[in-house]
Design a protein around this ligand. Structure first.
Ligand SMILES: *[C@@H]1O[C@H](CO)[C@@H](O)[C@H](O)[C@H]1NC(C)=O
Ligand SMILES: *[C@@H]1O[C@H](CO)[C@@H](O)[C@H](O)[C@H]1NC(C)=O
Ligand SMILES: *[C@@H]1O[C@H](CO)[C@@H](O)[C@H](O)[C@H]1NC(C)=O
Ligand SMILES: *[C@@H]1O[C@H](CO)[C@@H](O)[C@H](O)[C@H]1NC(C)=O
Ligand SMILES: *[C@@H]1O[C@H](CO)[C@@H](O)[C@H](O)[C@H]1NC(C)=O
Ligand SMILES: *[C@@H]1O[C@H](CO)[C@@H](O)[C@H](O)[C@H]1NC(C)=O
Ligand SMILES: *[C@@H]1O[C@H](CO)[C@@H](O)[C@H](O)[C@H]1NC(C)=O
Ligand SMILES: *[C@@H]1O[C@H](CO)[C@@H](O)[C@H](O)[C@H]1NC(C)=O
Length: 374
């Protein structure tokens, strides 16, 4: 009798342990599909002063469209991609700087899986500071959190994925103790404190194994970047064109598919504080922007690889328009998925209006070099 009970306890303990090591169940359903012309209905153009003090004049939708800074574009390698660029032809820039674009999603998100198909990014050029990021709303920065999925300056050729958050928000070094499995994350973490308390305000920083940025990234045809925020933490996968998981292509993404096709994430941020991330990252907007110069670049220009080009970043940006011809985002689309609220009932997916096929604007752009509306 007594030994039977003991065996039963041992068995249930074993089962629990192995369950705990299983990946979380996923049942991701599409809640938002940002593609084609409808992208511009769901994103707002930010046209205020650049908060990072860049030498840019962010323009509104109408101006962006009329001057060829935004729209749909095609090239040899992409078709009807969402184009967001900078003015690369004017010699007389505004007092605020060169016209550029910054767009922010109207919807905000908590736990989600964001899948972005990036065909081309605006990096690799001295003076450029592009970013694709998620920014929390409703609290003074950075108390609602910031997730930098792609960000860099000048000719940087490696992407860094960064979290910024409130005091006390820290992450485990998942490539080291207490997580000993090296393959839990492909990259490495170089900073574990996400708060403003870190020297230089670096935030929590992960650098991946394949994380091209700028020129090499574009030469490879960009990538598909998947960012997951769940009760597990925040993970980012960066898939090259030849290794995009089939379940992403088919619109049923599952990071933990039994086949293991996603592999370990490039970045994995797991809270080591006494609170989960849920209190520190919320109501996240999706943002794509292209800053030129700005605090980060200007503080480091003289010691950067770009210093010999001009005495200051602003001089360079003002006087060399054509250097910025390839400084543009071309985005195939961004899909946002969330866990169905119940695994037993099917949750209705919001109906999506189909994009206007082949607008005159898109066709006009099609053969124009560098997408300038002529
Ligand atoms: C830009 O303007 C063209 C022509 O009026 C229109 O067809 C297109 O939808 C506009 N694009 C955006 C992004 O508003
Ligand atoms: C959580 O951590 C913060 C910062 O280290 C500390 O001030 C706070 O007292 C802790 N809260 C609990 C419940 O342990
Ligand atoms: C390490 O992680 C990989 C990928 O998740 C898994 O396949 C492997 O079994 C793990 N190894 C150990 C020793 O836990
Ligand atoms: C995390 O662990 C890796 C592997 O042990 C190590 O190279 C790296 O320096 C560690 N990062 C930090 C911030 O301690
Ligand atoms: C998103 O919308 C585009 C355009 O209608 C469509 O081709 C694509 O299949 C949709 N994606 C998903 C995951 O449903
Ligand atoms: C997201 O989280 C915040 C903070 O917990 C909460 O106020 C908000 O209602 C949540 N949004 C949704 C859509 O659940
Ligand atoms: C960088 O050099 C320029 C020109 O030589 C100078 O005007 C500027 O003050 C320097 N900036 C910094 C941050 O040292
Ligand atoms: C689950 O419920 C929340 C709150 O009602 C909603 O915001 C979210 O979109 C739902 N998820 C799905 C996949 O429908």
């Amino acid at each position: 009798m007594a030994s039977n009970i003991l065996i039963a306890l041992l068995v249930s303990a074993t089962v629990r342990t192995s369950r705990a090591q299983e990946p979380p169940p996923t049942n991701y359903q599409l809640v938002k599909n940002y593609t084609g012309q409808t992208f511009f209905d769901d994103f707002k153009f930010f046209s205020d002063h650049d908060p990072t003090n860049g030498f840019v004049k962010y323009v509104d939708l109408e101006t962006a469209n009329q001057t060829g800074l935004a729209g749909l574009a095609s090239s040899e390698t992409f078709e009807n991609a969402i184009y967001l660029g900078v003015d690369w032809w004017s010699l007389n820039v505004t007092p605020d700087g060169r016209p550029s674009t910054r767009v922010e999603s109207i919807d905000t998100f908590n736990h989600s899986l964001w899948v972005a198909d990036i065909k081309h990014m605006p990096g690799g050029v001295c003076g450029s500071w592009p970013a694709f990021w998620l920014l929390g709303q409703g609290a003074p920065w950075p108390q609602a959190g910031e997730i930098d999925i792609m960000e860099g300056i000048n000719t940087q050729n490696v992407n860094k994925m960064v979290l910024h958050a409130d005091t006390g928000v820290r992450v485990f070094n998942v490539t080291g103790a207490p997580y000993s499995n090296q393959t839990q994350m492909r990259g490495t973490l170089s900073s574990l404190d996400c708060s403003l308390d870190t020297a230089g305000n670096s935030g929590c920083v992960a650098e991946g194994s394949w994380n091209n940025f700028g020129t090499d990234y574009n030469a490879a045809g960009g990538s598909v970047v998947a960012t997951e925020f769940s009760s597990d933490g925040i993970k980012i996968w960066n898939f090259q064109r030849d290794s995009i998981p089939e379940n992403i292509v088919s619109g049923m993404p599952d990071p933990y598919d039994a086949s293991g096709v996603w592999g370990p994430p490039d970045a994995m941020f797991v809270s080591s504080g006494n609170q989960t991330f849920d209190k520190h990252f919320f109501d996240l907007k999706i943002i794509f922007n292209i800053a030129l110069c700005g605090d980060w670049i200007e503080q480091t220009w003289n010691t950067s690889e770009c210093a010999s080009l001009a005495p200051t970043c602003r001089d360079y940006v003002a006087n060399n328009p054509t250097a910025f011809k390839d400084v543009y985002w071309a985005i195939g689309g961004v899909q946002v998925y969330q866990q169905a609220n119940s695994t037993c009932t099917s949750t209705p997916v919001p109906s999506l209006s189909s994009p206007t096929p082949g607008s005159g604007h898109a066709r006009r752009r099609r053969h124009s070099r560098g997408f300038r509306h002529s």
